[in-house]
Ligand binder design. Structure first.
Ligand SMILES: Cc1ncc(COP(=O)(O)O)c(C=O)c1O
Length: 453
């Protein structure tokens, strides 16, 4: 294992420590050439060589197929995170890979300094599928959100005639929209913002689900507000579903105050919740929709902002862009990814399996009511909310470790919530694992829940 304090580096010809870029240890080069490493070695390398901006569950993905993952030792797991809902179509979907390979052999990047023969097809496919006049392509989700914010501000100045530099966007506490500076400036999460100031101004916050609060903000500041940005179901916050009628009420308030309704469907969109968009649960049409993640089926990053012409054409040539946004490789992959969703009936599948899954989870909850506070979700975006007091000193992370030992990969969100979101291609869902893990945690702790016979 290299990289340890005591191990000597071997430098390439002419290279020396501190000589800057281009250096690579022979060992690292050998490894890059494919020498087999164990999970332990790989995790240690990552810890030593990569920033510690994540706290992963200790398992190494080496191969993925559908909802299954193999680690380097050949251990098999079921994926219950789907790369935060980016692989709704399942890992390495053959039709998406075929599109990727065919396109990779023809053309990968034109930049939008020129046209290419795949992006227009993607643009037409996406806009027809979701019923918007236009789209703007980007790569990551956070870029999509940044794009939407810029677009909506531009609309605010050009169409709503908000005085220069005074536009405001309202967003919800607890919503997650990504990690760029502009995006974290809207966050109420101290971990996301602490130490990164100064933040970008121009934001107001309201509680998720609070229509009275939203109405008050709109009444007080409506002249300067250009948009309301929200997740229709809060994913990172722990699969928080708003009260019935919330989306309709938001639509109504936005229309009344001439404020654009901006739905971040990066995690909830593309069939995850048992509808194509989570906003479809209340049949409402936002003015702006942001998609990402499963738009590229986990194969390449693709994001897009959807809006009609009167909004989208507020951005003129030279005012916004991305070298890779709309590249032909991503465009071909995105079209293939969307076709898989339709051809394989993933919307209906997520709805049906999700209901079955929640029914099962609810049985586990009835068995351990003082440990599992709530089971909630829509489609295959679900969460179990655990009681801190009952679980302590264990945490949701410990349950996820136990799940992993039983071949199920899930990730906690916050200390007490486990999000369960398998690829929508999964054949069936069973939650006896969770049952077993809750029992094991309790036996480890020497406790026994009163209801457990
Ligand atoms: C709702 C939502 N918006 C935006 C993002 C950011 O996407 P990305 O990580 O691709 O930048 C995420 C990522 O988890 C998300 O869940």
């Amino acid at each position: 294992m290299d990289g340890g304090a005591g191990e000597a580096w071997r430098w390439g010809a002419g290279a020396r420590p501190g000589a800057g870029r281009g250096m690579c240890s022979a060992t690292a080069a050998e490894r890059a050439a494919g020498a087999a490493l164990t999970s332990e070695e790989l995790m240690r390398m990552e810890r030593e060589r990569s920033a510690h901006n994540y706290h992963p569950i200790p398992v190494v993905f080496s191969k993925g197929e559908g909802s299954h993952i193999l680690d380097p030792e050949g251990n098999k797991y079921i994926d219950f995170l789907s790369a935060y809902s980016a692989v709704n179509q399942g890992h390495c979907h053959p039709k998406v890979l075929r599109a990727l390979k065919e396109q990779a052999e023809r053309l990968t990047l034109s930049s939008r300094a020129f046209y290419n023969d795949k992006f227009p097809i993607f643009a037409e496919y996406l806009t027809s599928m979701f019923g918007y006049e236009m789209m703007l392509p980007m790569n990551t989700g956070a870029e999509g959100v940044e794009t939407a914010i810029k677009l909506v501000r531009k609309w605010g100045y050009e169409k709503k005639k908000i005085p220069k530099n005074e536009a405001l966007i309202v967003s919800c506490c607890g919503c997650f929209h990504g990690r760029t500076l502009g995006v974290i400036s809207m966050s109420c999460d101290n971990d996301a913002t602490r130490g990164f100031g100064p933040l970008v101004p121009g934001h107001l916050k309201v509680d998720f689900g609070d229509t009275d609060g939203l109405e008050k903000i709109f009444k007080d500041h409506g002249e300067r507000i250009c948009g309301f940005l929200f997740e229709p179901i809060q994913g990172e916050a722990g699969v928080i579903i708003p009260p019935d009628g919330y989306l309709k009420a938001v639509r109504d308030l936005c229309s009344r105050h001439n404020i654009l309704m901006i739905a971040d469907e990066i995690q909830t969109g593309i069939a995850r919740t048992g509808k194509m968009l989570a906003c479809d649960w209340e049949n409402i049409r936002p003015d702006v929709v942001i998609l990402g993640k499963a738009l590229g089926a986990g194969v390449v990053p693709v994001s897009a902002v959807l809006a009609d012409k009167d909004i989208m054409l507020c951005i003129k040539p030279g005012e916004h862009g991305s070298t890779f946004g709309g590249n032909p490789l991503a465009s071909a992959v995105a079209v293939a990814s969307l076709k898989v969703v339709t051809d394989e009936g993933l919307v209906e599948r997520a709805a049906k399996l999700g209901q079955e899954f929640r029914d099962q989870l609810q049985k586990v909850q009835q068995r351990f009511p003082q440990i599992i506070r709530e089971v909630r979700g829509r489609g295959l975006l679900n969460a179990v909310d655990l009681s801190n007091e009952a679980l302590s000193p264990a945490s949701a992370y410990d349950i996820c470790i136990k799940l992993k030992e039983r071949g199920v990969l899930a990730k906690p969100t916050h200390d007490t919530i486990i999000r369960l979101a398998p690829p929508l291609s999964i054949r069936y869902v069973l939650c006896c694992f969770l049952y077993g893990c809750v029992s094991i945690i309790f036996l480890d702790n020497g406790q026994r829940p009163a209801s457990a016979s």
